[in-house]
Every structure is written in C-alpha cells, then in structure tokens.
Ligand binder design. Sequence first.
Ligand SMILES: [Zn+2]
Length: 419
Amino acid sequence: MLRIFIILVCGLSLLSLTAFEYSAEEDWGFYAHRKLNRLAVFTLPPQMMPLFKVEIEYLSAHAVDPDRRRYATPHEGPRHFIDLDVYGDYPYDDLPRNWNEALAKFSAIYLLNTCERAGGIDTVLLYFPYIHFDEEVLKEGNAYGNFDDMLDLNYQRFFNQRVPRDFYRAPWSYSLDEWSELDSLYPDLNGGCATIFIENHISKYGIIPYYLPILQRNLTRAMKHGDKARILRHAADIGHYIGDAHVPLHTTVNYNGQLTGQEGIHAFWESRIPELFAEEFDLIVGRAEYIENKEEFFWDVVMDTHLKVDSVLTIEQYLRETYPEDAQICFDDRTFQTIQQPCREFALAYEREMNGMVERQMRKTIFAIGSAWYTAWVDAGQPELGDASVVDSSHLIESDSLMRIYRRGSIYGREHLNN
Ligand SMILES: [Zn+2]
C-alpha cells in the first residue's frame, strides 16, 4: 500500500513538473536565449576568449537566470519589457529617456494630513500622471494636475535626492518639511503634520531600456575588479535582457495579442520559430563593436524593435485568415501530454512573410550582446581575463536557489505565455 502511494506521489510530481516547465518557457524561449549568449562569444576579440570562450557553457546555461528570478522577486518582471505604446505615439517624446525624470513624471504625488489638529485639508492629490492606456482603454479618468507645475516647485531635485535611493523600499513617503517649496504653500500643515506620498505608476509598464545601462555599468565594474564570477554573471544577465529588447512583443502593451484576438502570438514568434528554424538561420555576425553612448544605444535598440510590432501582429492576422485553417495548429506528443502548436509549415510561412524577421532579430541580438560585453571590457581598460583571480561564489548559490524557487512556481507579474 505504502509502495503504491509512493509511486503515485512520485508520478504526480513528475507530471506536474513537466507540465509546469513547459508552460514557464518564455522570452525567446529558453532555447533561443541560450543560443544567443553562446553565439555572442564568437564576436569577441581573442584577448577576451580566455574567459568567455572557456566559460561558454556557463554563459549559455545562465542566459535564462533572469526569467527564473521573476519567481523570486516582484521587481524582476518589469526589467524584461516596456509597453511603449502606453505613452502615446512613436517616437514617444513625452517619455523621458532618463530614468529619474521618467520615474518622477510617471509617479503620482499626494499630500497626506497626518494630524487631526491641523485643520483644512485631508488628503490632497497634487498630481496623477496621464498614461494613455490607463486613461483611454481603462477609462479610469484619473489623470490630474500638470507636471510642469511640480517642476516649478523644484520637485525634480527633491525627488532625485530621495526616491531613486528608496526604489526598492516603497511606499515612498517623506515629511512635507523636506520639500521646502511645497511646504511654503501649506503654512497650516507645519510641524511634521503632513507627508508627501509618491506612488510609482511607470514600473508596471516595464523598464527595460532604463535597466540595460545599469547592467552595463555592473559588468564594467566587475571587469575593472577582475572578478571572474561577477563578470560571468553580469555578462550572462545582460545577454538575456538584450535578447528581450529585440523581441517586438516585449515593447507593446498588446504583448500576447490579447487586445486583438491573437493570443499565443508571443510564444509563436519568440519560441516556436527559433526552436524550429534557428539551426538553419545564418547567425554568424561580424565582430563586436564599441558602443560610444550606452543609453542611446539601448534606446535605439528598443525603438527599432518597437517599429516591428505592427508587422508582427498584422502579418500573423493575415495568415490566420488566409492560410488553410486545418494546417495552422499541429499536435505534438510530449512525454506526459499533447501540446498544440503552430505547424512547422505555418511557422515557416509566417517567418517568410515577415521577411525573415526572427532571423534578423537574432542576428542583431548576437551582435548587440557581443558589443555590450566588448564595450565593458574596453571601458574597464582591457584587463587580462586569463588570470582573473578574484572569485566570488555567491552567484552559484543564487543560481541554485533560483532553480528551487522556479520549480516551486508562481510568477510575479506578467505571464507571457499561455500554452
Ligand atoms: Zn526575459
């Protein structure tokens, strides 16, 4: 009896693990992320090979760590995408390219009266950012105030000195006394009776172009310190996010075609097509190049990727309507379940109709990853990587614990895949 029970339990957990592992694949698919990091190594100069070529298996295997981290922390999800279209129309001039400015502009500001004795006001909404998607689609009508009025009160300086430092310690609240220009407008609220309350409204729409330069700095710093373990960890990480930045559906609020009846398109584009055809793609790109202006480079990547969203969606829509219906979805027998996926020929038609877009984006990604790695090495003064001696094993411990959390399931934030 006990034996039967054990067999049953083992069988069940194996089943659920397999089903879960498949559904958790996302972001270019694990397969593509690993391949992109691996091929980026071959764009590097010989001096970098003693570390990067020797550790190519590490760089490839850990290309998917950032996706696993999404199961560990709610801060991780927004680093993988940006819903640019919530900010109006291309080229989204209303969206500051500087993180502190963008975070300030797309956060709400409240003034809270925290003492009964101070008469007159309760809670005052000073500013609520206008976000197209929120206001037009959700019709919440929350936008309030003018950000320029806040700037006139020297808000940016007040903000920069506090919020970025407290980013991971929300909620952000500060005494009114700390913002002297606003304080002077509310003489009744003196004596610590009021709190400025600031509420983040930008992170939920993704932050990838703001996060990439931070990673670039981390990698450069690790190179300067000759810290082999950190170099590898940051290099594998930035490879992942650069990969995500080249996926058009990572730059739109309609990220899985859910607003246009095209659910499943995310996995179709970024997992199914590479898994079927990447071996046939021409993915040999030239040598890595030095990136002069990092912020600008990563923004250019994201904007260029975003311009492809329209083709990705309209071409799939067109094919769904014109391609023989019974040849679109095929059944694939896996060990424990049958999976419905776009058929090989249908996927090929999609990639062809997009003029080889997936292949082109993979080539661009490989070149960009190599260039980011190479640029960090140059900025660090071209250190000898062969005898990099400082080794910190904390990254290995993190990888193990990430794997455990990932197996346990339950992701924070957005689930890109639904099949
Ligand atoms: Zn990702």
